[in-house]
Design a protein around this ligand. Structure first.
Ligand SMILES: NC(=O)c1ccc[n+]([C@@H]2O[C@H](COP(=O)([O-])OP(=O)(O)OC[C@H]3O[C@@H](n4cnc5c(N)ncnc54)[C@H](O)[C@@H]3O)[C@@H](O)[C@H]2O)c1
Length: 430
């Protein structure tokens, strides 16, 4: 039943949404969920046939798998757009060899959006575009990197899911991201961005504690240490391709910091880095031949930043490229008067430690079988389907505009660290 008091935009991922949290009890694991009702086809277009869409050894992501579980036999992937058409055909072959064949047996492969738009039979209307192409090919208004605008123009009213970060182009292009956000807002298009950590039960519990106790966040302290040995993509190590590890990867924790701390005063961002050519920055287990990357494009090993939020609170974030093996070591602490909420290991086995007034000891909460990738997809589809059994129903936690602000913060951190480095080198030269 629809709630007559709710504005249509409340859950849709537009920036004037009033709700920005979900009751953690409503985040149902994939194996406890029954397929949503209905028999009609749910047509989806996948943009990108890579790891995020079809999975890889690098992590638990795999959007196609979550769409299959959420929609069951209703899922019809009507098109897969990827310039690497052989890769696209190969993933489809695998799907068609499995029990999910009904979703993929009629999938058409197109090498770009133009070809897709010209050739898609008019009888097939998508309900959603899932965009998992590399960010260097999107997030702008420029031809060839403007898929968001093309979708909004040719498929008005069709929902969007877009992977993080929203772009990785030059810093001057951030304004184009805000223009895209405005188009999405003005057309009231349902749009969700892939900051899936927001959908963790642990994160929602943190929100719940803050809201329930009417707390004001004083500081967010985030640390993201990746396991670099497992990162074998040469582009990731090249700032001219990935924009660097803070923008490409640390973005998840900058986003979570903003989720708790609010708007950042971008002018206050300060940062330092440990660079690849400094003594302390030598790595012994890199799988990539860094000598093939021009020196000026090689990534820092450590980036550490602080900033002020508009609320007055202070944010700090450190990204570290130091661990070997495969597991990352990531933690976020959020402090408020009397409280410390400490989120540990959100990628693998999230644990939340809570210290409250009246007790010097932390309480520990574990969240087994939590799948934020599924919750992200599940909430998006419920919003598209307008399933609204109660006011606590599904909602989108990351809007396009909000994601542009996270992108802006990560760029500000990179630029601040480069400024500090340049100043140090200048001082050393005199
Ligand atoms: N949320 C997460 O935890 C998470 C995890 C992995 C990847 N990602 C994000 O997903 C995105 C894709 O990453 P990936 O690991 O799948 O990369 P990938 O390199 O494995 O796959 C990207 C695919 O996109 C294709 N492609 C290139 N240009 C294209 C274009 N213009 N249109 C359509 N397809 C195009 C490539 O041919 C390739 O098949 C990135 O933004 C990445 O940050 C997010």
């Amino acid at each position: 039943m629809s709630n007559p008091n709710r504005r249509p935009s409340d859950r849709r991922g537009s920036s004037f949404s009033r709700r920005d949290s979900i009751d953690p009890r409503k985040l149902v694991p994939m194996d406890k969920m029954t397929h949503i009702s209905g028999t009609d086809d749910f047509n989806v277009v996948f943009v990108g046939a890579g790891n995020i869409m079809f999975g890889s050894d690098e992590g638990p992501w795999n959007h196609s798998f979550r769409f299959e579980h959420k929609l069951g036999r209703r899922l019809k992937v009507i098109a897969l757009i990827d310039p690497a058409t052989e890769r696209a055909k190969e993933v489809l072959r695998k799907k068609c060899d499995s029990f999910v064949i009904s979703a993929y047996e009629n999938t058409r492969v197109y090498k770009n959006f133009d070809e897709f738009h010209k050739n898609l039979p008019k009888s097939l209307r998508p309900r959603a575009f899932v965009v998992g192409s590399p960010p260097m090919f999107r997030g702008t208004l420029q031809s060839g990197r403007d898929i968001e605008t093309l979708i909004l123009k040719h498929y008005p009213g069709v929902a969007l899911f877009i992977e993080k970060p929203i772009a990785t182009g030059p810093v001057e292009e951030i304004e184009e991201g805000f223009k895209i956000a405005k188009q999405i807002e003005d057309t009231k298009t349902i749009c969700s961005i892939g900051y899936m950590l927001r959908y963790l039960k642990a994160v929602q519990m943190m929100k719940h504690i803050i809201e329930e106790n009417n707390l004001t966040v004083m500081t967010t302290i985030a640390r993201y240490a990746c396991a670099y040995e497992a990162i074998a993509k040469p582009d990731w190590w090249d700032k001219s391709k990935s924009a660097g590890p803070v923008i490409e990867q640390g973005t998840h924790f900058c986003d979570l910091s903003r989720y708790f701390g609010g708007e950042v005063d971008i002018d206050t961002v300060m940062a330092h880095s440990l660079e690849w050519n400094e003594n302390a920055g030598q790595l012994s287990a890199m799988k990539v031949d860094e000598s093939k990357i021009p020196p000026e494009n090689r990534i820092p090993r450590v980036t550490s930043a602080t900033w002020k939020y508009d609320s007055g609170a202070v944010g700090t974030f450190t990204h570290v490229v130091a661990l070997q093996g495969t597991n990352y070591s990531c933690e976020l602490e959020v402090y408020a008067d009397g409280y410390c909420l400490r989120l540990v290991d959100p990628y693998v086995q999230p644990v939340l430690y809570v210290r409250k007034p009246g007790d010097d000891h932390e309480q520990t909460y574990r969240f087994n079988n939590d799948d934020p990738f599924f919750s992200e997809v599940s909430n998006l589809i419920d919003v598209i389907e307008d399933i609204e059994e109660d006011p606590e129903a599904a909602c989108i936690l990351s809007t396009y505009e909000d994601a542009v602000k996270t992108y802006q913060l990560t760029w500000a951190i990179r630029q601040a660290s480069e400024r500090s480095r340049a100043a140090k080198l200048k001082k050393a030269a005199v």
